[in-house]
Structures are given as structure tokens and as C-alpha cells.
Design a protein around this ligand. Structure first.
Ligand code: SF4
Ligand SMILES: [Zn+2]
Length: 270
């Protein structure tokens, strides 16, 4: 599979990026976001890497070093947000406190913190779009996970352009790898000799996603695509029935669906 062509087609078909507009790419240091920033740059887009140092021990240190080197070699500007400077703590401490006080998994706490930081810093960097490395496998897992949780509405924002249209206060998130299978991205990263870690995050065990990953690992790429495309077909109806109002968070001023945004609710416990 030529994933460069497929990604260019996803961008075109879904109007994800206009030429010249600034795209901040959320870099985790893994194969997906590294391949994404590389391909966007190769396709001629105006990219800027944004990474969060989560303080997950040696794993974070290696990712940071790899990305500094990778971005330098490929002439990609990079901003690294230091979580301890930003919030006073690393992600392990925040997760351990919040998990005890709220009925949340470690990854959902981490995800909430990361989304808030990425949006805030992408705005600061003047981004028009915030691109993430979610791939076809992630999206198929999301559809099945939400279905098995008994709440398909959790996926109401899931599409190549998150939410379908821009929302004030949020830099619109885009997912150019939405239809690209994970094994093809791994092949691409390896064939380009990207010096990156291929191991999953050391804190990613025991979560619902890890369970779902084991159920979906036997699906082939066509079946994963059917799951994702099937959900995209019913999305317009789901969205039509579920319009959500966006206001400003009373505490941080970032966009929120309630009085406090999810991030401030999480950080209130710490
Ligand atoms: S796997 Fe979970 S804990 Fe690790 S970086 Fe991702 S969201 Fe955070
Ligand atoms: Zn807030």
C-alpha cells in the first residue's frame, strides 16, 4: 500500500488542510505521529511538531531525544512542553491521585491532560489545525469499545476532521491517518529507518483499550475499514440528534461543555 498517496487522498477528500495554513502535529515519539509529520512535510504542508514530556521515566527520555534528533534532521520546528513546568507534576503522580478520587482509568486522565495542553499550545503556536496520529486500528477499536460500553454517542466527534466542523476555542483536530492501517504505518516507518521506539507506553496496561485491542487483533484491514466506514455512515444522524453547546470553562477559560472543562475537573482532585 502506498500510504503517502492514501493520506494525501484522505486530506483532499475531507478538506483537512488548506495549503499554507499552519498544522501543529502532536508528536508522541511513536511510529504513527512520526510518519504523519514526515509525510505532511513531504507533501508540502507547513508543519510544526508539538510534544509533551509526560515524565514517564526512560520511555519519555528516549522519545524526547529521538524527536529532537528527528525534527532537526528533517527541518521540522519542534516545541516540547514540560509537564512538570506546566502543571507542577509528572503524569504518573496526577494519574495516581485522580484514579483514587474519581472512577477513571489512568489513560483517560492522561488523555484529558494531553488534549488540554495540546489545544492550549497549538493555539499559542498559531495553528489552524492540530493533527494527531490516530490510525485505522485505533478508530475501529474506538467504535467497538464505545459500542461494548453501551454508549455509541461517545464516538460522536470521531471523523477525519474531529467533530466534522470547527468549534470556537478549539484548534480543529484532524486525523489524516484515519483510514490507514497500523501495520502499513509500521512498515513505512521501518522502511524509512526512523530511529524511534516501537514499544507501547509502559503505563498502557489494564485499560479497556488494551482489552479491545486483543479482540480486534484478528480482524483484517478490510474488516477494520468496514467497522470504521459503517460508523461514519450513521454519524450525521447521531450528530443531528445530539447538538452540544460549547461555553468557556469558568476556571481556565478554555472551551468546555459544562461549567468546568474536563481538565479542570481532573486537576481539582490533585
Ligand atoms: S498509553 Fe495511556 S498513559 Fe500512556 S501516554 Fe497514552 S494515554 Fe498516557
Ligand atoms: Zn478548565
Amino acid at each position: 500500500m502506498d500510504i503517502e498517496k492514501q493520506i494525501a487522498k484522505t486530506i483532499k477528500d475531507h478538506g483537512l488542510i488548506k495549503k499554507g495554513e499552519k498544522v501543529v502535529v502532536a508528536l508522541s515519539g511513536g511510529k504513527d505521529s512520526t510518519s504523519l509529520v514526515y509525510i505532511l512535510k513531504k507533501l508540502g504542508y507547513n508543519v510544526h511538531g508539538l510534544m509533551i514530556d509526560l515524565y514517564l521515566g526512560q520511555w519519555s527520555k528516549t522519545h524526547n531525544e529521538n524527536m529532537i534528533k528527528f525534527c532537526k534532521e528533517n527541518d521540522i520546528p519542534l516545541t516540547i512542553v514540560d509537564l512538570k513546568k506546566e502543571l507542577g507534576q509528572g503524569i504518573c503522580f496526577i494519574k495516581s491521585i485522580v484514579k483514587k478520587k474519581k472512577n477513571l482509568t489512568g489513560c483517560s486522565v492522561c488523555g484529558t491532560v494531553k488534549r488540554w495542553i495540546l489545544n492550549k499550545h497549538a493555539k499559542k503556536l498559531g495553528a489552524k489545525k492540530l493533527a494527531t496520529g490516530h490510525n485505522l486500528d485505533d478508530e475501529a477499536q474506538n467504535v467497538l469499545m464505545n459500542f461494548l460500553k453501551g454508549n455509541v454517542l461517545l464516538g460522536v466527534n470521531s471523523s477525519p476532521a474531529t467533530g466534522g466542523k470547527p468549534v470556537e476555542g478549539f484548534v480543529q483536530r484532524i486525523k489524516p491517518l484515519f483510514f490507514t492501517p497500523e501495520d502499513e504505518i509500521r512498515k513505512y516507518a521501518k522502511s524509512n529507518n526512523f530511529k524511534i521506539l516501537y514499544e507501547k507506553c509502559p503505563c498502557a496496561f489494564g485499560t479497556y483499550r488494551v482489552e479491545t485491542r486483543s479482540w480486534t487483533k484478528d480482524l483484517n484491514n478490510k474488516q477494520k475499514l468496514k467497522v470504521v466506514e459503517g460508523f461514519q455512515k450513521i454519524l450525521p444522524k447521531l450528530r443531528g440528534n445530539n447538538k452540544m453547546e460549547i461555553a468557556m470553562c469558568k476556571k481556565c477559560g478554555e472551551p468546555a461543555r459544562k461549567e468546568l472543562c474536563n481538565f479542570c475537573e481532573v486537576m481539582n482532585c490533585v
